[in-house]
Design a binder for this molecule. Structure first.
Ligand code: AMP
Length: 491
C-alpha cells in the first residue's frame, strides 16, 4: 500500500471528520479533502501528467498546496516543492536541474514564468482547477517508485534533489504515528513551511494517516500561536519558535494543559532553552532528529525520560551507528533503514559518495550515544548554517557577496544566536573599507532570499587559510562565537 492509499482509506472511513482548518478557520471535512484531491489529480491527468512525471510546485503554504501534494501522490507523479520565496536565479537553477513536466505556481507568477521558461509547461493553480479532468489511473504507484524530490545541499552549496520513494514516506509516517501516538483525537498547530521535510512530511503525513486535524497557519507568529494553542493538542516547531514563545509575557498565563506534546527539530534545541520552556510551562519539549534524505531518525520518548540536549534514541526500524575515526566515541552518524532515500536526482557520484560500501547513509553530523542509548549531536561536518530552522549554504552567500564592488574576499559562517540558533555572519578581508551591512543587504536583495542575508559583518586584514589555501572556517567560528550572544540583535 502507498502512503496515499493509506491516507485515502483513513479519510474515507470517517468522511465527516474535520481534517484541515484553514486560515479563516474554515473547516475541511475528510470527504472534502478526498473529493478535491481527486478533482486536482484528474485535472493534472488531463494535462498529461502521469506516473513518474515531475511536478514542480512553487506555491504559498495553503490547503491548495496540500491538495497539490496529495493529488501528485495519487497519480504516482513526483512532487517537487520549492519555497514560494525563492528568487529567480534560485528557481531557475532547480528548473534546469529537475526539468519538470509541469510547473504549478501562484496566479500572479504564471505570466512571468511563461515568458522565462519557454521549455516548461506552466499553469497557475486557478487555471488548473478549471482544466478539463481525465480519468484517474486505477493502479497506484509501487512502493519503490519515486514520490517526491526535495532540494537540499551538501558542502558545495549547490542544492541537490533528494529522491524519496513512496515506501520511505509511508514507513516514516507509520513510525512517527506510533512513536508519538498520534490519533484522530489530535489537533496539530501547523506553523512550518511546507516545502521542507519538517512541515511537509513530519507535520502532515502521520497526522493525515491517523485522521487527526491540522490547523494550518500561513506562518509562525508567536502571539497568534499562543492564541491557537488553546485549542490544539500538538505543536511542532523549530527551536527559534520556542525562543520566540518564551519572549511572550502572555506565555505565563496561557492555558497549555490541553497540549499533550511539544516537538522540536530541524536544528539543535539548546538545553537552556528547553529548561526555560519547562520552567515556564511545565512541558518538556520532545526533541527529535532527522534529515531530508532520511526522514526522521531518532526521537526522545513520548513516555519516559526526555533528555534535553539530546535527540533521543533511534526510531523503530532505523539503524544508526557512529563511525569513529579512532579510540573516541564521537564520530559521524551513519544510518540505514526503509526511511532512507534512494539517491540524489541525476547525481550518481554524489549518491555513491553519500553511502558507505555496506549501504549506510553518511549524515555529515557528528555525535555519540550516551550510556542510555540517547544520541548527542555535536556539530555538522560541513559548514551548513541553520538559522531559524532554515538551511543556508555559505558558498551561495559568499558567491553573491563577492560580486559586490570592493569586496576582495569573503567567508560566510554561522555563529550562535540566542533567537535564530545560528546567525549568518560575513567576514570580509582585504585592504578595503568593509561595506556596511546595509550595503551588503541591498546588494543581496533580489539575488538571495532574505533569511540568507548576513546579520552582521566583520572586517579582517586576511582570512585564515591552511596550506592548501582553504579558509579555516572553524577558526573564524571560534573567534566570533560570542559576537551575537553577548550583543544579541533586537527585533
Ligand atoms: P534538513 O535536511 O534540512 O532537515 O537538515 C538536516 C540537518 O539538520 C541534520 O543533518 C542536522 O544537522 C540538523 N538537525 C535536524 N534536527 C536536528 C536536531 N534535533 N538537533 C540538531 N541538529 C538537527
Amino acid at each position: 500500500m502507498t502512503l496515499f492509499a493509506a491516507i485515502a482509506k483513513t479519510l474515507a472511513q470517517a468522511p465527516q471528520r474535520r481534517c484541515l482548518t484553514t486560515r479563516n478557520d474554515e473547516p475541511w471535512l475528510a470527504r472534502d479533502l478526498l473529493k478535491q484531491t481527486e478533482h486536482i489529480a484528474g485535472a493534472l491527468a488531463g494535462l498529461g501528467i502521469g506516473a513518474g512525471q515531475r511536478v514542480l510546485v512553487k506555491y504559498p503554504k495553503s490547503p491548495d498546496l496540500v491538495l497539490l501534494y496529495l493529488a501528485t501522490l495519487r497519480l504516482g507523479a513526483v512532487f517537487v516543492p520549492i519555497s514560494p520565496d525563492q528568487t529567480e536565479p534560485e528557481t531557475d537553477y532547480i528548473l534546469t536541474d529537475v526539468k519538470p513536466h509541469l510547473l504549478i505556481c501562484h496566479d500572479h507568477e504564471s505570466a512571468a514564468f511563461q515568458k522565462r521558461q519557454s521549455l516548461v509547461k506552466v499553469i497557475s493553480m486557478a487555471r488548473l482547477r478549471n482544466s478539463p479532468p481525465a480519468p484517474l489511473p486505477s493502479q497506484q504507484a509501487t512502493a519503490e517508485a519515486p514520490a517526491a524530490i526535495l532540494y537540499t545541499s551538501g558542502t558545495t552549496g549547490r542544492p541537490k534533489g533528494a529522491v524519496l520513494r513512496h515506501d520511505n514516506l509511508l514507513q516514516n509516517a507509520k513510525v512517527l504515528l506510533s512513536a508519538w501516538q498520534i490519533s484522530n483525537q489530535d489537533r496539530l498547530l501547523h506553523v512550518l513551511p511546507m516545502h521542507h521535510t519538517h512541515g511537509l512530511f513530519v507535520a502532515l503525513n502521520p497526522l493525515l494517516l491517523a485522521g487527526a486535524e491540522i490547523v494550518l497557519r500561513d506562518q509562525f507568529s508567536a502571539r497568534k500561536t499562543l492564541e491557537d494553542l488553546a485549542r490544539c493538542t500538538l505543536f511542532m516547531g523549530v527551536p527559534t519558535h520556542y525562543a520566540r514563545l518564551l519572549q511572550q509575557p502572555e506565555l505565563a498565563h496561557t492555558e497549555l494543559t490541553q497540549i499533550r506534546l511539544f516537538i522540536s527539530g530541524s536544528a539543535p534545541l539548546p538545553k537552556a532553552l528547553s529548561d526555560a520552556f519547562f520552567a515556564k510551562t511545565g512541558q518538556r519539549i520532545l526533541e527529535r532528529y532527522g534529515m531530508t534524505e532520511t526522514g526522521m531518525l531518532t526521537s526522545n520518548p513520548l513516555n519516559g525520560k526526555r533528555k534535553a540536549g539530546t535527540v533521543g534514541r533511534p526510531l523503530e526500524g532505523v539503524g544508526i551507528r557512529i563511525r569513529t575515526p579512532s579510540n573516541t566515541r564521537i564520530g559521524e552518524v551513519e544510518v540505514k533503514g526503509r526511511n532512507v532515500f534512494s539517491g540524489y536526482w541525476r547525481k550518481p557520484q554524489a549518491t555513491r559518495e553519500a553511502f558507505t560500501e555496506d549501504g549506510y547513509f553518511k549524515t555529515g553530523d557528528l555525535g555519540y550515544f550516551d550510556s542510555e542509548g540517547y544520541l548527542h549531536l555535536l556539530a555538522r561536518r560541513s559548514d551548513l548554517i541553520i538559522s531559524g530552522g532554515l538551511n543556508i549554504y555559505p558558498a551561495e552567500v559568499e558567491e553573491a557577496i563577492s560580486s559586490l564592488e570592493g569586496v576582495e574576499e569573503v567567508a560566510v559562517i554561522g555563529v550562535p544566536h540566542p533567537d535564530f540558533g545560528e546567525a549568518v555572519v560575513a567576514v570580509v578581508a582585504g585592504n578595503i573599507v568593509a561595506p556596511a551591512l546595509a550595503t551588503i543587504k541591498a546588494h543581496l536583495s533580489g539575488r538571495l532570499s532574505s533569511y540568507k542575508h548576513p546579520k552582521h559583518v566583520v572586517k579582517l586584514n586576511a582570512l585564515p587559510r591552511n596550506r592548501m589555501g582553504k579558509v579555516e572556517k572553524h577558526r573564524l567560528r571560534q573567534q566570533f562565537a560570542n559576537l551575537l550572544t553577548t550583543n544579541p540583535i533586537k527585533f
